[in-house]
Ligand binder design. Structure first.
Ligand code: FES
Length: 191
């Protein structure tokens, strides 16, 4: 036998049920939206990393001990020093990887550090002992000992990039290693 349909005990009870149902619906909808946002943010960050695996974490702007003062010629001739550091990309961690190089030289005020990467298109510059200048083998830009462009029509849009140097404990040469955007007149640090 069919049981009789339940009817609300009063019109006030009916309204209360309706309000409670709407509250329940909004609470569920809010939970779905919040849950979606919570998942979307890390997913977006992960996608950026995944799609750009060569993004290096923690490799820029680090102070590194590159040399001792006595290894630099007293006459101001530059010496090239490799830069080695731990590198992490989206997939892997590499310990003690060569990531670049820096020219160091003594000046009357201390030590000067120049990035070896040519600001034109990123080739490594060399040092021409005979002519006491830096030169780039790719498009023949040349620079003086302070990294200033020697040719008015230089293909390089700016001088060589100078790096910050700290002398610690009288003879330790520490360099803030950074790379910069190529092809621009302004010196803009890579992200
Ligand atoms: Fe150095 Fe072009 S990359 S002159």
């Amino acid at each position: 036998m069919n049981s009789p349909a339940k009817s609300p005990c009063c019109s006030g009870c009916e309204k209360t049920d309706g309000v409670q149902q709407r509250r329940g619906f909004f609470a569920k909808a809010l939970a779905v939206v919040m849950g979606g946002a919570a998942l979307a943010i890390p997913a977006a960050a992960g996608a950026v990393s995944f799609l750009n695996p060569l993004r290096q974490k923690g490799s820029a702007g680090k102070l590194l001990r590159l040399a001792n003062l006595e290894t630099l010629p007293e006459d101001g001739t530059p010496r090239k020093f490799p830069v080695v550091m731990d590198r992490t990309d989206a997939w892997s961690h590499f310990a003690n990887e060569p990531v670049g190089a820096v020219f160091l030289r003594r000046t009357k005020d201390g030590v000067e550090a120049l990035q070896v990467i040519c600001p034109h298109a990123g080739c490594y510059v060399g040092f021409d002992e005979a002519n006491k200048r830096f030169y780039c083998p790719c498009h023949q830009a040349s620079f003086d000992l302070d990294g200033k462009r020697l040719d008015e029509k230089s293909p390089s849009p700016r001088d060589l990039d100078m790096l910050e140097v700290e002398l610690r404990n009288k003879n330790e040469v520490w360099v803030k290693y950074e790379t910069f955007r190529t092809g621009t007149p302004q010196k803009v640090a890579d992200a």
